[in-house]
Design a protein around this ligand. Sequence first.
Ligand SMILES: [Mn+2]
Length: 335
Amino acid sequence: MPLKSFSPLYGRRILILTHAGCDVDALSSAAAIHFSLKGKARTIIGIPEHMNNSSAAFAKNLKLPFTVNPSLDGFDALLCVDFGRAVMAGSYGDKLDSFRGEKFLIDHHSARQDIAPQKNALVKSNAISTTEIVHDLLKASKVKIQSRAYLCIAAGIISDSSSFMVADHETFSIMAEVMRGAKASYAQIVSLFSVERDLSEKVACLKACRRCRIFRSGDAVVAVADIGAFEADAAGALVRVGADIAFCGYSDKGSVRVSGRLNNAWAKRNGIGLAKDVFAPLAKELGGEGGGHAGAAGYNGKGESVEPALLKCVGLVNGFFSKKAGNASQVKEYS
Ligand SMILES: [Mn+2]
């Protein structure tokens, strides 16, 4: 039986923990719960390691209270939001394992989670954002949702749906209800977490364009680039420039990181998903951890160079299209 309401958390001292590299959906989920459970539970928002620029802007604009790298001592429960695998908490992965209090989880990644017992977990892999699940749970708990909690829920939906590029009629119906509660316009909500891109991020995206290798498998244009930072943004940039699917990553001190992004309309037409068709098999072949969503996913592994992992991604995309076409197609590289 999955988690049905917030009532098991009442009267307790709870650390609400996001994933490392906390994004707007993770922070907003934590904040919506924090605001809504006021008077019912003592909650603190904890962020392992660091947060991204958008969520930092959101925290500042909404004056959200949070602690980076909190101690787990003194809490009798832990509520993890927007991640389901301990490895996504970065250096907190081991601390999660050894935490003796009760563990809870709300997430929209893969149903396979290794953090909380089933009865304390609510995972909906088809939800656009974790805030959407938090919204359902708050309603089921009959908690009064304040307008700033509604603002958080709306921000999580906008951010994780890539401004509704990944959305269906359900998303819009939830969004209408949430925006009414937030008492804010769409532009006002977006402005809470919009950031001017860093100089270094702009340079990383441009470098990815200069350095990328371009492959063709069937009708698919695949681009890969070895890039020292902002790998997810760089992969997104390659897709906006013209790739159907792009992989960017780096190797640092024996660790390898790869991020993938794709053109959603193209992916839908072809039935390909990054997590299931590329990163899960990649982790199976090379070891390490791969996961995320259909349109945005990543891989963490070991190696002195990122090249083999990037080329393996190209091979897996080619494998997908070969299988679909029923014959082995050749990868062609454009030079
Ligand atoms: Mn999310």
